[in-house]
Write a protein that binds this ligand. Structure first.
Ligand code: COA
Length: 171
């Protein structure tokens, strides 16, 4: 059965938390080392359900296998910009699902008139960097020692996509 991408719904919250927990515990990709407790996750997702931010999930036979969110900045001066987060369960990677998820939230971001989508990505996450570059994200700078995991520092790249520029994602 084909994997579908849909805006998150109430019944996906536990699956989203489980997927986030799996990816976080890999310790290679995210700033989280484990998922927040279910109550906090529910509270977080309630923001998406209320339309405050964009969160889409990838479903394989109804099970959450990936997510992507874009959270608009809160201040009046920054509301045109959102911050992107994404994760896919290991067995579903490298099959184009990341591209589908990001394209889906880009479309939703355009519909909300966002003009900037920004993110941080660890410099050793070559797969994610390649995907972001291919979708039109540009490098904006380096955050040195951005993360410390098990005593080791990791640098992150700042990347961003302008939705109102021709350099945006290729069709
Ligand atoms: C990063 C992630 C979202 C990408 O999604 P995906 O479905 O695996 O990616 P896609 O299949 O759409 O595209 C991956 C691209 O990276 C390339 N790639 C795969 N492994 C790579 C590697 N080790 N080095 C460089 N490029 C790599 C693929 O060839 C593909 O590019 P191409 O289509 O131009 O050939 C997914 O792998 C993931 O969830 N990883 C763990 C969590 C994570 O890294 N989150 C992002 C934190 S900033």
């Amino acid at each position: 059965m084909a994997i579908e991408i849909v805006p998150i719904r109430e019944e996906h919250i536990e699956g989203f938390r489980a997927a986030l927990d799996t990816v976080a515990r890999e310790k290679r990709y995210l700033a989280f080392l484990e998922a927040p407790p279910l109550d906090s996750t529910r509270q977080f997702v309630s923001g998406a359900l209320a339309g405050k931010f964009i969160q889409h999930v990838a479903l394989d036979a109804g099970q959450v296998v990936g997510w992507c969110d874009v959270i608009p900045r809160e201040r009046d001066t920054m509301r045109h910009a959102g911050v992107l987060g994404i994760g896919i369960l290991p067995e579903h990677r490298n099959r184009g699902l990341g591209e589908r998820l990001i394209r889906s939230v880009i479309e939703a971001s355009r519909a909300r008139s966002l003009v900037r989508i920004a993110l941080h990505v660890r410099t050793d996450n070559a797969r994610a960097i390649r995907l972001y570059e291919r979708l039109g994200f540009r490098h904006e700078g380096l955050y040195r020692r951005d993360l410390k995991i098990d005593g080791i520092y990791y640098d992150s790249l700042a990347m961003a996509l302008m939705l109102d520029e021709p350099s945006g994602p290729r069709a």
